[in-house]
Design a protein around this ligand. Sequence first.
Ligand code: GFB
Length: 440
Amino acid sequence: MSIFKISFIIVLIAIASGNEFEFCEVPDKYTDSSEKCTARNYFTQKRYILYDVNPPEGFNLRRDVYIRVAIFLKGLIKRNKEFQWQLVLPPWGNLYHWRSEHIGLQELIPWGDFFDIASLQKHVPVIEMYEFMEEYSSGSKELQVDCVYNLQNDDEMFETGKFEDKNEETDCSRDSLPYHKLDHQTYDGPFWGYRNITAKKVKCLKFHGVASDLYQNLRPTQYRSVMFDHMEIALHDEYGLKEYWKARRSMRYNTELYNMAKEYRRTFLNSTDKNDKTERPVDWTKEKSRRNVKGGPYLAVHLRRRDFILGHKDSISTIESAASQLSEKMDELGLHVLFVATDAVPQEFEQLKSYLARYKVLRYVPSLSELKQFKDGGVAIVDQIICSHARYFIGTHESTFTFRIQEDREIMGFSSKTTFNRLCKDKNKCATAGQWQIVW
Ligand code: GFB
């Protein structure tokens, strides 16, 4: 009899007797605990958590929502070992800011195109949507999620300003709901753009509170898969604390994006990890607290334009004022090279360059093949990586794109005063940027 058959029989005996099975290998690495799992868990108790975010939200707020969900899952795994919990990564797509129409539709993009999945998995068990589809529907082309919770804000709380925790099922018959009943056990809905996914149940939830307040809605003996839509409504359990930074540190980018940024820095910015003291362990769990990173010999700015010009009138500067603030800082630091990460239209970038003719002013422009392969999301990450390696960084007030760069710099070990800086609307007349420093 083969070793596999013998092991399988031992497992069956263990299940039948209800005993703990000593050699079971459910990955305990996520639980920080030495408790053994039961054989029953391993073979039958997989449960899947899915989520989506309000469609207009941009790429970098979505990255923040991932952190909330990852910490939610980590806590769940610690607390409930009966089941084997997995987080299904919602594919990227159809974002308002991704405008490169000439490269075709940017939808159903797996996380692996932008992030390093193995790094995420060192924090919590995640799987790509396409893996979930294979695993869950066992070969069938159709897939049905057991229950969708559509999270909704409680308008009354926003009107009165009195906020209290709430988790209350509510009427789902609003016209604006994107889920529609096809028959008594089938709802269709957006489902990230997949036409072959439906839900058995859709429930609406007036919700106010931290993500872990949603544990009570999982009902794992009833549902094998649960999706939370509008997950941005759930608040962080651990904002800014150690667990937050662990989740954030696990969000290493796809290696090819690091390589593209590295090549650009070397070629145009005279910047290498060795000279800049930005060498890092490949494994994020081995990375240690430090504050001695030097950074490449350039100043980087994130100059957010487009919808921000209207949406953040009180803090967005003119191009002329931005140029004046940047040249003043470069002179103070003795830097002559400026890297500009921006969503500005080409005319605005040319205008900025014309004000800064004394300096070398650069912007990363991907080749068509790079753009086709990594899309607008990948190009934005390359911009962020380059900014995160600069000797000094100046961002845009209240932009989540800027926040993610600041976090990367905190993780890498820059002195915070080189990181938490912002452009002011009018030269030098604004409060300094909030400092969300890393906790190790
Ligand atoms: O990432 P994001 O949510 O940041 O949205 P904010 C901005 C998007 O614009 C990025 C592009 O994901 C990119 O696609 N973008 C912005 C850039 N700056 C750059 C840049 O320097 N380089 C490149 N390559 N791309 C919020 C939005 O934006 O602003 C909200 O999420 C809303 O939906 C609000 O529009 C006003 O936090 O800056």
